[in-house]
Design a protein around this ligand. Structure first.
Ligand SMILES: CC(=O)SCCNC(=O)CCNC(=O)[C@H](O)C(C)(C)COP(=O)(O)OP(=O)(O)OC[C@H]1O[C@@H](n2cnc3c(N)ncnc32)[C@H](O)[C@@H]1OP(=O)(O)O
Ligand SMILES: CC(=O)C(=O)O
Length: 528
């Protein structure tokens, strides 16, 4: 029995606060989901929103899906209206997709209070609409809204909706935890009871879980373990309120933990790329700590972890990160031990294996500096300079020595605020004095330093300050606030690197980070 991986990023995912896809966004996301190997892509609700109608129109000529079947979503016919006369139903047919997914009420309280109709009429709405689409040659899925809540309130009625849909020809009836309030054991119990009550195997059901108890992924996996073969979810868990089941975690768990072949061969390793590309299109910053796909999903900070990882990475990783397209990273912080330092250095291309004394010195310096407010976790370039300074033969030549610098900030009569910096340095035996203006003191200092060095290091022209972050750290060692600055520098070859500086004075902290940034960049970029 094959598994149906059903993605609803374009429909339920679009219900997340802050997401507003354009038609072009939807087409791009559909292509990515297809590359990830999902079996079904629910593209939206044609007739409800002009953009969704347009998406299905363009999809006919602009999407060439290799793995996925395109699905249009809509509701059953309205109460008291013939199915063929319902404009929403017509719009769904006009989307011309091979499959449709109909949402139907399965909680009698919703039927009576929200639809304001009878249980019998709701069953007719389900039967009529499913049968009509089947007669039109469509594959039909039926999403039973509020199924679990409805079943707990009135199991006989909820089950009768399921039977009505299956009898009318629905391929799968999807049990929805619409309010997202279930726990895995409850999902398992309800599915077991439903199988008994309606007398069909669990593989005729699907599962759709919202994440209001943070159990959407667990509930989906529980349903599959109970025999369900169709599961719905969204990229990165986007969806209404706290979201939907994160399809990446669901697929990872089913494929890697339960050994179920849910994706075509070769697709699993696309997971990180597809996740991040969709986040980019949705304009939502990727969640660094998201399971499987986050940049920190396999990042190790604790020294004890690193010491075991040095022996075998799988001792501290639940799976090999590369199988989902991710990487392991070692973070160097005050929690580092000797193994962390060795592994991180290896990651940066420096082999410390034969240098136990250097490892000890670097470990001690990192711990001392982090106690004083430094943080190397996000500043690999400063860490590499530190390691090199302790590793015989690997030291980086400092491009200049400082005689002094001075920065002034001038508030003029007309309200303009101008910063000016002067640096005095020795470069290759020459004393150079340079002055520059900037829109702030750090910008002025950066400009003046580059000006002073440019004649000797023309490759500096290709460097630019890409990001600058300041953090005020309170009360370290009772000395009052100190400042930590992170500087990200990029070059015209597409490389970037981050450095850190710490001091009570924000300008000095910035200066230290800038000096590391230029030193590191120049060491990696010989003059043309
Ligand atoms: C659980 C889910 O997330 S399902 C997906 C929900 N997604 C959306 O709602 C997004 C798109 N929705 C929309 O654009 C609009 O709500 C529309 C176009 C569908 C409907 O808009 P309107 O006609 O203005 O109605 P409105 O949104 O106020 O109310 C929904 C109507 O559908 C009816 N309805 C709700 N569920 C169903 C159903 N399963 N079958 C038939 N009718 C239904 C309601 O009774 C109500 O009808 P009424 O206006 O006669 O009282
Ligand atoms: C259909 C759907 O999105 C839900 O019931 O949550």
């Amino acid at each position: 029995m094959t598994y149906q991986v059903y993605d609803t990023t374009l429909r339920d995912g679009g219900q997340r606060e802050g997401i507003s896809y354009s038609v072009a966004d939807k087409l791009a996301i559909a292509r990515l989901l297809d590359e990830f190997g999902v079996g079904f892509i629910e593209g939206g609700w044609p007739g409800a929103m002009p953009k969704d109608t347009e998406f299905f129109r363009r999809a006919r000529t602009e999407l060439d899906l290799k793995h996925a079947v395109l699905v249009a979503f809509g509701a059953t016919r309205k109460a008291g209206v013939a199915v063929g006369d319902d404009p929403q139903v017509r719009a769904l047919l006009d989307a011309q997709t091979p499959a449709v997914c109909l949402v139907a009420k399965s909680d009698i309280r919703h039927v009576e209070r929200a639809l304001r109709t009878t249980g019998a009429e709701n069953l007719d709405m389900v039967r009529d609409t499913v049968a009509w689409f089947v007669a039109q040659g469509r594959r039909v899925f039926l999403d039973c809204e509020h199924f679990f809540d409805g079943y707990r309130h009135d199991p006989a009625y909820a089950a009768s909706v399921v039977t009505a849909a299956l009898d009318a020809g629905a391929e799968r009836v999807v049990l929805c935890d619409t309010n997202g309030g279930m726990l895995p054991s409850q999902v398992t119990t309800v599915i077991g009871e439903l199988v008994e009550r309606v007398g069909v195997p669990a593989d005729r059901f699907g599962i759709h879980c919202q994440n209001d108890t943070a159990c959407a992924v667990a509930n989906t996996v529980a349903a599959v373990e109970a025999g369900v073969r169709h599961f719905q979810g969204t990229a990165n868990g986007y969806g209404e309120r706290p979201g939907n089941a994160d399809l990446f975690a669901v697929v990872g768990n089913l494929q890697l933990k339960l050994g179920l072949p849910v994706l075509p061969d070769g697709c699993l390793e696309q997971m990180v790329r597809v996740s991040h590309a969709i986040a980019e299109i949705a304009n939502i910053a990727p969640d660094t700590h998201q399971a499987y796909v986050g940049a920190a999903a396999f990042a190790h900070k604790a020294g004890l972890h690193a010491s075991a990882i040095k022996v075998d990475p799988l001792l501290y990783n639940h799976v090999d990160p590369t199988v989902v397209g991710n990487d392991m990273r070692i973070l160097v912080t005050e929690m580092a031990g000797r193994a962390s330092i060795e592994l991180k250095s290896r990651e940066l291309g420096l082999d410390l294996a034969g240098h136990p004394d250097a490892v000890s010195r670097v470990t001690n310096r990192v711990k001392d500096m982090e106690a004083g407010g430094w943080s190397f976790e996000a500043a690999d370039a400063s860490f590499e300079l530190l390691v090199r300074s302790e590793l015989p033969g690997a030291e980086v030549a400092r491009p200049f020595t400082l005689e002094s610098y001075r920065v002034i900030v001038e508030h003029r009569e007309d309200g303009a605020v101008v910063s000016e910096a002067t640096v005095k340095v020795r470069v290759r035996g020459e004393r150079v004095i340079a002055t520059a203006e900037g829109n702030g003191p750090v910008n002025a200092l950066d400009e003046a330093l580059r000006l002073a060095l440019l004649r000797h290091y023309p490759q500096l022209k290709g460097f630019e300050l890409a990001d600058y972050k300041v953090r005020i750290l309170e009360g370290t060692h009772g000395t009052g606030a100190i400042t930590r600055v992170l500087v990200e520098t990029a070059d015209n070859g597409g490389r970037d690197w981050t450095t850190v500086g710490v001091h009570e004075n924000v300008v000095e902290a910035s200066w230290r980070a800038l000096v590391d940034a230029l030193t590191y960049g120049l060491a990696r970029t010989p003059a043309a």
